[in-house]
Design a protein around this ligand. Structure first.
Ligand SMILES: NC(=O)c1ccc[n+]([C@@H]2O[C@H](COP(=O)([O-])OP(=O)(O)OC[C@H]3O[C@@H](n4cnc5c(N)ncnc54)[C@H](OP(=O)(O)O)[C@@H]3O)[C@@H](O)[C@H]2O)c1
Length: 281
């Protein structure tokens, strides 16, 4: 999808904004002259202007005025401040995308409603591999966001990885699964490396083998579209090594432990989303 004339403003020029800009430019979704970043930090503004050739300002309102799409890419703690600063320039003509973890659509919509006109808002929950273009993002439509708005949001986040659409009520589960998921994956990678070292492999070799094993297995699921259990069965011969390893994983309650991890993280995301917990985010 390419719409070179569409103007995009990023409110907050941090890591996630930079990742999205890199993705959008690579995907030719936008040209540098179509993008403005707004950030109080001169260092961040200079960095992004220099790296990507985008316009940079410290005036959120000015950036929003000239934009068709406004991406709210600030930390949740400063979201209210950012919303107040852009509100006078948000109209029904603009699409607002928020990537702030735990900030509900209703809060954004309330802050940006003008004379009874609801803003078109899409809320997204990306994860950290988006920083290298391998993210997993879920998007949820606000009250008056259109199908075209969701298509546009999908195209934007597709420039940094895979996108799924969910109802907003499921974004806490998304946070517990793919939002926190990279940390689970890093822990599993570290543990498998330790296991290789325990069995006598040099650490660097153990790391390379582990990472490629997980990458390759994930790709096989993506490319074959086979059920993971079918792929597991294909490599599990009777009385062999793999079934012996799998038995140990089952005895260690690996599945139940992973389910518990996602459940706990989802519950924590719900807790942090409640108004009285906002400051803990
Ligand atoms: N990074 C991830 O992996 C990830 C994953 C999922 C969701 N997210 C969400 O993405 C959002 C951005 O995360 P990030 O990692 O990119 O954060 P970040 O690197 O800290 O970037 C936020 C930027 O916003 C600036 N800022 C602060 N107040 C502002 C204001 N009022 N107006 C405009 N800019 C302002 C900050 O400047 P100062 O530093 O000077 O305050 C900073 O440069 C967060 O809400 C986070 O929940 C991030």
């Amino acid at each position: 999808m390419s719409s070179p004339q569409r103007q995009i403003a990023f409110i907050g020029a941090g890591n996630m904004a930079a990742a999205l800009i890199r993705g959008l430019l690579r995907a030719r979704f936008a040209r540098p002259e179509d993008i403005t970043v707004s950030d109080p930090s001169a260092a961040r503004r200079e960095l992004l202007a220099h790296e990507f050739g985008v316009r940079a300002t410290n005036d959120n309102l000015e950036a929003t005025r000239g934009a068709d799409i406004v991406v709210l890419a600030v930390k949740p703690q400063v979201m209210d401040q950012a919303l107040n600063s852009v509100a006078p320039a948000v109209s029904g003509q603009k699409l607002v995308l928020s990537i702030a973890a735990g900030v509900p659509l209703a809060r954004i919509e309330r802050a940006l409603t003008h004379e009874g006109v609801w803003p078109r808002v899409v809320r997204a929950m990306p994860n950290s591999p988006a920083l290298i273009g391998e993210g997993a993002t879920a998007i949820a439509a606000g009250k008056v966001a259109t199908t075209d708005d969701m298509d546009l949001a999908q195209a934007i986040f597709a420039s940094v990885g895979v996108v799924v659409r969910v109802n907003e009520s499921l974004l806490d589960a998304v946070t517990g699964l793919s939002g926190s998921g990279p940390a689970y994956a890093f822990l599993i990678i570290e543990a498998l490396c330790d296991a290789g070292v325990k069995m006598g492999l040099p650490r660097q070799s153990a790391l390379e083998l582990t990472v490629q094993t997980l990458l390759g297995s994930a790709r096989m699921v993506q490319e074959t579209h086979l059920h993971p259990a079918a792929l597991k069965d294909q490599v599990t011969s009777p009385g062999g090594t793999t079934i012996a390893g799998l038995h140990a994983l089952e005895a260690g309650r690996l599945r139940a432990t992973l389910i518990d991890a996602v459940e706990r993280a989802t519950e924590r995301s719900r807790e942090l989303g409640r108004p009285q917990s906002r400051d803990e985010d």
